[in-house]
Design a protein around this ligand. Sequence first.
Ligand code: SF4
Length: 343
Amino acid sequence: MTTAFVPRINGVVSTVVPSWDELAARILENEPLTREQGLAVLETPDHDLLRLLNAAYDVRRFYFGNTVQLYYLMNVKSGLCPEDCNYCSQSKLSTAAIPKYQMLSTEELVAGAKRAYDSKACTFCIVASGRGPSDRELDSVIDAVREIKDNFSIRVCACLGILKPGQAQRLQEAGVDRYNHNLNTSEEFHKNIVSTHTYEDRVRTITDVADIGISPCCGGIVGMGESDDDIVSLAFALRDLQIQSIPVNFYHPVPGTPLYGTWTLDPRKCLKVLALFRFANPSREIRIAGGRELHLGSMQPLGLYAANSIFVSDYLTTKGQSAEDDYKMINDMGFAIAAAPKA
Ligand code: SF4
């Protein structure tokens, strides 16, 4: 007798999908995930988790095979931010004991790119705290990007906040391949996590960089007290914006941040979230970002059956596991590190 899983929503048998395998097949035929299906993914009973992941893996393997893209982050300006994002250890509200420094020098950024390259990363992410870059800060990033592109076969992604008119164009001319600006959460929940800028500000930044031809990188943070409906809304908003590269962060509570104490995730839920993002954005890079080690723990490898990318080494203000442990995990799975793009 077969025991094919029947997806349920709030305990009611779902008629929207006969099985997860069938859902994967439909998605591979370009049928978009519906909100009901997305909610069913997040409500998958734990005993059906492996069936769900197997279906997510079918989709992931179709577009990315068994390759894993490594990204390397460098926090080039830390803390001192005037914004009030209540999850962030660098905000004006945070009393977290983190390093605080102004924009690093061009030489330090280029040295960071070398470390990224040596770590087998395909992308070097230049991340600065703050609402947006001053022209002087932008000059320093631009000088570094020119030198990096002259010396390393590596993609460069800049994450500098809200850009002023003309700044995106200058970054593109310098060779920046990607610009990261996360939506962070759903439009409805956004007001619960920050008051100094709006969801619309974030969407505008993303559409502005896309309009001049920079590939947008945009994702979110899960585990800040939002509902499943909010998580599905985020995944769909990224689909509507046609985001190529989607980092999925799991909220890492840092003492001294206003949201500290919030803990809504477990490893199985994180895996369901990754499956949701894969189904909603089947051909896009889905990256397990901050909070991977903290929230997935011993189940990290399973995340790569849905996601196709991770950060190697540390995050902005928290530590990641060693690059060697990441390489071993990828190797043990029979997966392979994706090659860096040609210069
Ligand atoms: S997330 Fe960015 S804008 Fe918000 S407080 Fe942190 S550094 Fe500032």
